[in-house]
Design a protein around this ligand. Structure first.
Ligand SMILES: *Cc1c(COP(=O)(O)O)cnc(C)c1O
Length: 431
């Protein structure tokens, strides 16, 4: 195979900051071989520029609409990434008291731009969010509404709330990350919402300020977003006719990317998404909140790994990497596809292999029967599009420490999380 058939930079570079320079893979100007030598592997590598670019795409397309981008912290909750997003003016969508604490440490000034989602908020979490004077509670049940009113009164606070309504809209995505159907645990059925708002108005400590919706994750079509916001708009109009001062519409997150090799122009897709939303909400006079997670960070990051061994079992060829499902669980959890590239493109012949980690689970694979340039022991490879739901879903399974993380700023790597030690990992345990 000639060098020209090694991964084509153009085929992969456009939505991603990972490109070849003289046959060596780089991330926004930083050489990945050097990063592996300096910081070790497995290593999460993120491009700050790529994250900035995605934020700018959304800000541009929604510039004519009063809006706040509330980045969904659970997609990638590293403090340095939160700080970067806070500096760009983003707010945050949190789903726990732990995530609230992350925002406080990364950018305390951004607490006023926090929305708090989640079906199981506990008292300590509600209290922490009330004391932080967050922007909005996305309330997911009547019981939660009653508890929130009690806590707000106890702390002499007023909680701005939106009910998270379930619009019963189907969005084509993996069943584990679809949330907008009546059968899902999320939100309050939209037909019941008006009645629950009536109750909210009566509750002391509660300011019914918005309506919120989130239909799922990794949704690539625009129609489900438009359809659910159409239903939200009708509800807002009804509530206003009931005398409520609804100021916020929270459209949720879930805007997807392309993980494979299909052409993907994020700016064009954002333009299409934003146009549809602007049209549905035209003239409504509400402050729009958006909760993107994956779209902002997934393609800015990759997991850098070294090949430990290769072996042949019957007809199967295996490439065993030092990264595993505990570092990046998406393939095991969702059968997710991640493109895999060699860090050195030297024109080697391609080979079909299962690319797997060392964890003792058959589900510990990154790819099955994948054609890549041959990977040999000692080689480096990257799993692309690992910036979202990668590190944030990492576990210690098999007593493996978490990977380190670096953020590339203006071509220079900055360690934003050192590699854990076994002492870190075992620190909370008692004998
Ligand atoms: C997970 C989640 C998001 C972010 O989803 P993405 O697919 O990463 O954009 C936004 N809002 C809520 C309520 C969520 O649960």
């Amino acid at each position: 195979m000639s060098p020209s058939t090694s991964p084509s930079p153009n085929a992969i570079s456009s939505p991603r900051p990972f490109t070849y320079a003289n046959g060596r893979l780089t991330c926004s100007g930083a050489d990945l071989t050097e990063l592996a030598e300096r910081f070790g592997t497995p290593l999460y590598v993120y491009s700050a520029d790529a994250i900035r670019e995605r934020v700018a795409m959304l800000q541009t397309e929604f510039s004519t609409v009063p809006h706040t981008i509330c980045y969904a912290v659970k997609a990638n909750s590293s403090l340095a990434i939160l700080k970067l997003l806070g500096e760009l003016g983003c707010g945050f969508d949190i789903v726990s008291g732990g995530e609230l604490e992350r925002v406080r440490r990364a950018d305390p000034a951004a607490l006023s731009r926090v929305v708090f989602s989640g079906v199981g908020k506990q008292i300590w979490e509600i209290d922490a969010a009330l004391n932080a004077d967050i922007l909005l509670f996305n309330v997911e049940s009547e019981a939660e509404l009653e508890l929130l009113a009690t806590r707000a009164q106890a702390l002499s606070k007023t909680a701005r709330i939106a009910l998270r309504v379930n619009p019963d809209v189907f969005a084509e995505t993996h069943p584990y990350i679809s949330t907008g159907l009546r059968e899902h645990k999320f939100g309050i059925a939209i037909e019941r919402a008006r009645e629950v708002y009536r109750r909210a108005v009566q509750l002391p400590g509660i300011d019914p300020a918005g309506v919120s919706v989130h239909i799922g994750s990794q949704i690539r079509a625009v129609e489900p977003f438009a359809e659910s916001l159409k239903r939200v708009r009708s509800l807002v109009e009804e509530l206003r006719s009931d005398g409520l001062k609804i100021r916020f519409v929270d459209g949720g997150g879930g805007f997807g990317i392309e993980y494979g090799t299909a052409a993907f122009d994020p700016a064009a897709r954002v333009a299409e998404y934003a146009a549809a939303i602007r049209m549905v909400l035209n003239g409504l006079d509400a402050h729009l909140l958006l909760e993107p997670g994956r779209f902002l960070v997934a393609q800015a990051g990759a997991l850098l790994t070294r090949v430990l061994y290769t072996k042949q079992n019957g007809t199967k060829h295996f490439v065993i990497t030092d990264a595993a499902m505990n570092d990046l669980i998406r393939p095991a959890l969702y059968h997710a596809h991640h493109e895999i590239l060699p860090v050195i493109a030297d024109g080697r012949p391609s080979q079909t292999a299962d690319i797997v980690g060392p964890v003792c689970e058959t589900g510990d694979f990154f790819a099955r029967d994948r054609l890549t340039p041959e990977l040999r022991s000692g080689d480096l490879a990257v799993l692309l599009d690992a910036g979202a739901y990668g590190m944030s879903l990492a576990s210690h399974y098999n007593t493996r420490v978490h990977p380190a993380e670096v953020l590339i700023e203006a071509g220079h790597p900055r360690l934003i999380r050192r590699r854990e030690t076994l002492d870190d990992l075992l620190a909370a345990e008692l004998l």
